[in-house]
Design a protein around this ligand. Structure first.
Ligand code: DLL
Length: 433
């Protein structure tokens, strides 16, 4: 089944014409409504009239997360505040989060693209679907939620946490589909074992997995242990949230909703566009967004684009799996974490040296984060009460900045290995099998 064959199976030339038209309109819109883009384009000597087709996109400026931070909170918003009906946020590198406002039309587009994804996974109105991405500022929960409702299936907004209760709900409510991170799907499988239940006791048959990198081996394991077919779901808050691209039954690359999000692959060093098939950094232009439209947003995600015809009948371009990042962002339990956020917390507190290490691991399919930090010599003591209080202060502060708990290890001064060149602040022991 295909949710919107008009768009998902559009001829390539027709799609290019649509993208060209939408890009022209978008450039006019941001030029007149977002001073940031007007100034950037003026500095590059580009006028909206210079953009005549989608190929002219290379004349336009890039946008980065740093630009969003510098224009915090609403500087890049194009629609007037009265048109904004919802706001989400994602973590920034340090300090300010990235704020994204949506108009009513943006939300309609979002639930459209999510309905396309779910339909491609084989979800229908007869399914009962549990959304186990976090609800809140994170786009996963509400993004998937409205897609399920738009499709007409029954949504169970389980959100995250309380896994045993969730498993009982899956059994008792005959939940057939689930949206969650792939690592949470593995944790579900493990909890199922612990509860003495079998996959046959549940009627799960389909999963929408994303928000973090995963591999074919993880897919295989999840599919085996839960008795389902698992599909990739990709997206990012700045562009929309989940639903930017999605896998079909071929499970071989994710179709990009390119009538709304125009993809490019660039060389992250030279910023030049690369041909399809070559690996580089993924860049998106939001062709139809009203709230916070973005020109050439650098996702920092590394992957390839493929334009071979897909057996499913969809004609949209596909992206391969995310194979890495061109920055140092970590995704821990689905939450984006930048080492610089930890650094800024440590630097804020008098008790610590600016020497720290993040140790990331996966224990029982759940990501763990340990933060090792050196205590200043004059603060270091064998007064256990004092040290515990110091540890708790740091743990609380980290929790409020990162939105996840870290296991804090206070280290003796001088004990963290110094590096000769660029400071190394992350040890990632997770094996993405
Ligand atoms: O993670 C949106 C989302 C929610 C996508 C639920 C899918 C499902 P952010 O928090 O802004 O948004 O994080 C975006 O997460 O740039 C990628 O690095 C990573 N990411 C998202 N989906 C995938 C995926 C949401 N399927 C960042 N595979 C992106 C690999 C993914 N990485």
């Amino acid at each position: 089944m295909i949710w919107n064959p008009n768009k998902e199976c559009m001829g390539r030339e027709q799609m290019r014409a649509l993208q060209s038209k939408r890009l022209q309109k978008l450039v006019q819109y941001v030029y007149h409504n977002v001073p940031f883009y007007r100034h950037k384009m003026q500095a590059m000597d580009v006028a909206p009239e210079d953009i005549k087709s989608i190929d002219d996109i290379v004349k336009l400026p890039f946008t980065t997360k740093q630009d969003l931070r510098d224009n915090y909170p609403y500087g890049l918003q194009a629609a007037p505040p009265s048109e904004i009906v919802r706001v989400h946020a994602s973590s920034g590198t340090t300090g300010n989060p990235t704020i994204v406002g949506y108009t009513r039309k943006d939300l309609a587009v979002w639930s459209e693209v999510m309905a396309r994804a779910l339909t491609a996974y084989g979800v229908t109105r007869d399914d009962t679907f549990s959304v186990s991405y976090g609800y809140g500022l994170f786009t996963g929960g509400l993004g998937a939620h409205y897609g399920v409702e738009n499709l007409g299936a029954t949504v169970i907004p389980t959100s995250t946490g309380n896994t045993e209760k969730h498993i009982r709900l899956i059994r008792d409510l005959k939940i057939s589909g689930i949206a969650c991170t792939p690592s949470y799907a593995l944790y579900l499988a493990e909890t199922l074992d612990k509860m003495g239940l079998k996959k046959e006791d549940l009627g799960l048959r389909v999963g929408a997995f994303g928000a973090e990198p995963w591999t074919e081996n993880m897919r295989h394991e999840i599919e085996q242990r839960l008795g389902i077919k698992g599909f990739n779901l990709y997206g990012l808050s700045e562009i929309m949230g989940p639903g930017v691209s999605y896998e079909c039954q071929e499970q071989n690359g994710s179709h990009i909703n390119e009538d709304h999000f125009y993809p490019e692959i660039i060389n992250p060093e030279t910023l030049e566009q690369l041909p399809n098939g070559e690996q580089g950094e993924l860049v998106f232009t939001t062709l139809t967004k009203e709230g916070m439209p973005l020109l050439r947003y650098r996702t920092k995600d590394l992957c390839t684009l493929h334009d071979e015809v897909c057996a499913c009948g969809r004609t949209s371009i596909k992206m391969g799996r995310i194979v890495g990042r061109s920055d140092d962002m970590l995704i821990i339990r689905g939450i984006n974490v930048f080492p610089s956020q930890v650094e800024s917390v440590i630097l804020e507190m008098q008790e610590f040296e600016p020497q720290y290490m993040l140790v990331v691991d996966r224990v029982n399919n759940l990501d763990t984060l340990q933060v090792q930090v050196e205590v200043r010599r004059e603060q270091f003591s064998d007064d256990i009460g004092r040290m515990l209080a110091m540890k708790k202060r740091l743990a609380d502060r980290l929790k409020s900045v990162l939105s996840i708990s870290a296991d804090v290890r206070l280290m003796e001064p001088g004990s963290i290995e110094r590096s000769q060149g660029k400071g190394k602040h992350v040890i990632d022991n997770r094996q993405l099998k």
